[in-house]
Write a protein that binds this ligand. Structure first.
Ligand SMILES: Cc1cc2nc3c(=O)[nH]c(=O)nc-3n(C[C@H](O)[C@H](O)[C@H](O)COP(=O)(O)O)c2cc1C
Length: 192
């Protein structure tokens, strides 16, 4: 396992299409979900849940995506519909992070949403720690009501991300990162 800081400093996303099998084992999937659910969570509400797509189930879910695409674009070509059917079958494993944020007497919804983001990030980081590659994507179908219904999301639930996981093709090249000078300031007492 890579050193924790080295892992965090060098992690990078891969394209879903670049991620190949074999898929993580059942024990590894348990590990991914265990760490994903071990995130800061104001009020201990567990305002997120996970849907695992593996094996044939990826294409079955893809059928719902293809159907929704066909409804939106009745003139779509057969190959476009086939590409939609394959959306969740590009990588050997996809885990959807579902935000269950809802109004609460004490805990702002915003904080519940942030907790789902933390769960998604923990999934990505754990995938890398297990020497898999990952890609956190949403794409159009994360926002399509017909797809969400088919995947079993309640009206108030939202997709925080479809985390694609598989073996990466090789070491990733980094992308430019924002300079700390642009994104970080030190608060100073005025006049001091
Ligand atoms: C909530 C969320 C949704 C995203 N959805 C997409 C997406 O639909 N398509 C895409 O190409 N990248 C998407 N990204 C960006 C990728 O996950 C990734 O950050 C980027 O490709 C490269 O970043 P990295 O190498 O620093 O991880 C999304 C990121 C976040 C946080």
């Amino acid at each position: 396992m890579p050193d924790a800081l080295e892992l965090l400093k060098t992690r990078r996303s891969f394209k879903a299409i670049e991620l190949s099998g074999p898929a993580p084992s059942p024990a590894e999937i348990d590990m991914l979900l265990t760490v994903a659910s071990r995130v800061p969570d104001h009020g201990k509400l567990a305002p997120w849940r996970f849907i695992v797509f593996e094996g044939q189930a990826r294409r079955a879910a893809g059928e719902a995506i293809a159907n929704a695409f066909r409804t939106k674009y009745p003139d779509a070509k057969a190959e476009q519909i086939e590409a939609e059917r394959d959306r969740l079958a590009r990588a050997p494993l996809v885990i959807a992070v579902v935000s269950r944020a809802a109004p609460h007497v004490k805990i702002p919804e915003w904080e519940q949403v942030l907790s789902a983001g933390a769960a998604a990030m923990n999934l990505v980081t754990t995938a890398h720690a297990l020497v898999y590659g990952a890609n956190w994507i949403t794409e159009w179908y994360a926002y399509d009501r017909a797809v969400l219904d088919a995947l079993g999301l309640a009206p108030h639930e939202r997709i925080a991300g479809f985390i694609h996981i598989g073996r990466p093709p090789g070491p990733p090249e980094d992308r430019p990162r924002p300079s700390l000078a642009e994104i970080a300031t030190r608060f100073r007492v005025s006049g001091a």
